[in-house]
Write a protein that binds this ligand. Structure first.
Ligand SMILES: CC(C)(COP(=O)(O)OP(=O)(O)OC[C@H]1O[C@@H](n2cnc3c(N)ncnc32)[C@H](O)[C@@H]1OP(=O)(O)O)[C@@H](O)C(=O)NCCC(=O)NCCS
Length: 140
């Protein structure tokens, strides 16, 4: 098992993994072109966990806006859960962001993703915010 940077060529197998994982909500931005643009805008930040055969079994998309880091699509495939891999992905992401001077990050977690909520609840140095309400454009 190893953690490495995500490359554009990983898109097809990542999309497969994301599609079959409850808790991950896919958007138009997950299609190939915007995926590649995201990687180009945030070089060497997003992470892939691969097994010994080279198959993608986990991911974490990592970006920043120059002030804050934003994490998306944290996922570890079921057979590999409970072994600390999500924590390792998170630590590596924060390490890479810190090298760029980004010391504070956010993640938006779906209310109907109980495993994700349990994971984030356990993370030292992270706290759920009840002083902020997120407003997003609806596309209307
Ligand atoms: C959430 C997810 C990434 C966790 O992956 P994981 O590799 O099993 O997590 P880890 O093994 O690194 O767990 C780290 C800590 O979180 C805790 N944790 C993780 N999943 C948990 C669960 N389902 N229930 C309770 N605690 C949990 C672990 O006990 C561990 O605690 P420790 O550090 O004290 O040992 C994985 O369950 C997943 O991919 N879920 C589906 C996709 C999803 O919802 N992603 C989140 C998007 S924000």
């Amino acid at each position: 098992m190893r953690i490495r940077s995500i490359h554009p060529a990983d898109h097809a197998q990542l999309l497969q993994l994301w599609r079959r994982t409850p808790g991950i909500r896919l958007r138009a931005e997950d299609e190939l072109e915007p995926f590649c643009a995201y990687l180009q805008r945030n070089p060497e930040l997003s992470l892939l966990l691969e097994d010994d055969a080279g198959h993608a079994v986990g991911s974490l998309l990592v970006g920043h806006d120059g002030r804050r880091g934003y994490l998306q699509h944290l996922l570890v495939d079921s057979p590999f859960r409970g072994q600390g891999w999500a924590k390792a992905l998170l630590q590596e992401a924060l390490r890479r962001l810190a090298l760029l001077g980004i010391r504070k990050s956010h993640v938006f977690v779906l209310e109907d993703a109980p495993e994700a909520l349990a994971f984030w609840q356990m993370q030292r140095g992270w706290a759920a915010r009840d002083d902020i309400r997120v407003y997003s454009t609806t596309g209307d």
